[in-house]
Design a protein around this ligand. Sequence first.
Ligand SMILES: Nc1ncnc2c1ncn2[C@@H]1O[C@H](COP(=O)(O)OP(=O)(O)OP(=O)(O)O)[C@@H](O)[C@H]1O
Ligand SMILES: [Mg+2]
Length: 336
Amino acid sequence: MIKLAIDLGSSMTKIYRADTNSGVVLAEPSCVAVVGEEERVKAIGKEAKNLIGKTAERTSIIYPVYEGEIVNMRLAAAMLKEFLSRIAIKSAALRRAQVLISVPCGISERALASYAALTEECGLKKVWFVEQPYLAALGAGVILTDTDPVFCLDIGGGVSNAAVISADGIIAGLSMNVGGNNMDANIISKISNNNKLLVGALTAERIKNEIGSLAPGALGTIVAEGSSTETCQPSATSVQAGDLTDCIRVYINKVLEYASEVLRTLPAEVAAIVNRNGVYLSGGIMKIPYVPQYIGSKLGMRYRVCEEPQFAAVLGGGVLLRDTVLLRHFAKVIEA
Ligand SMILES: Nc1ncnc2c1ncn2[C@@H]1O[C@H](COP(=O)(O)OP(=O)(O)OP(=O)(O)O)[C@@H](O)[C@H]1O
Ligand SMILES: [Mg+2]
């Protein structure tokens, strides 16, 4: 039987196939390009993302899963159906497939119901919903027990999750609408103010991913292209990594504020174990140099970064799908 773990991330959708050795079978931007008032679908995934900021007025790019919530059901369904077709599984096999969906920590009943409606619309019949921190922990290779709680912190594109969990459940946790998208937006205003250059969202993300760093004295340089804010003409300027540090750090600090709230509520014994075990870090933002070190030093604890931080949740989904007993234990809703 086909087994799929799906992470409908704000930035990127990831699908992991657990019944074969295929591993991650899809990683595509979670966006759809639509045309006109009727929002006719023009492109999905990589092709749609590539159009960001380059289209004429009639085309817009929509992220149907925004900050962990399904904000446009029709387009979310079109996107997920297309991704499922790209991994070449026939619809009859999909109906029988076991599917695990990662959802934000502490998801509301209403938001969970939208995920259920989405999967039903996509013809998926056996679906489990599991809160992201369990999956991130399992994806990091943690063996969850009742007596050894772990602290997981994931920073993605639109959402961050912080939770202390054990095999018994989430002891304390929350998700917050803070992530890489905020950093990209901050980079746009910084370059506009400092360099008098307006760059697009794609360029800002690329700059963050290529030279972004929290290393003391970060040295990277990149040529950014866009339009001059003074002459409105196409223009280019050199941007230094050191100038962007604050754009990243301010949002890491914000996440850490929330994470500290989570830690403050822990019972003393749990706090002692978390202090000993440290924090497990995941999400695409952990790829920015020195972000993990910075988080570890701010929290004053040991840190471990998942081997593939962006894929931690789907890798953990794979672990669960291979272990039926654990799966039933962690699933939020079971649909037969
Ligand atoms: N090599 C990289 N260096 C720095 N940042 C990166 C890199 N690769 C991806 N990112 C950033 O990581 C973020 C996406 O991370 P991730 O895939 O974990 O998010 P997501 O799961 O799609 O979204 P969310 O969990 O917020 O719903 C984006 O901001 C992206 O720009
Ligand atoms: Mg994510």
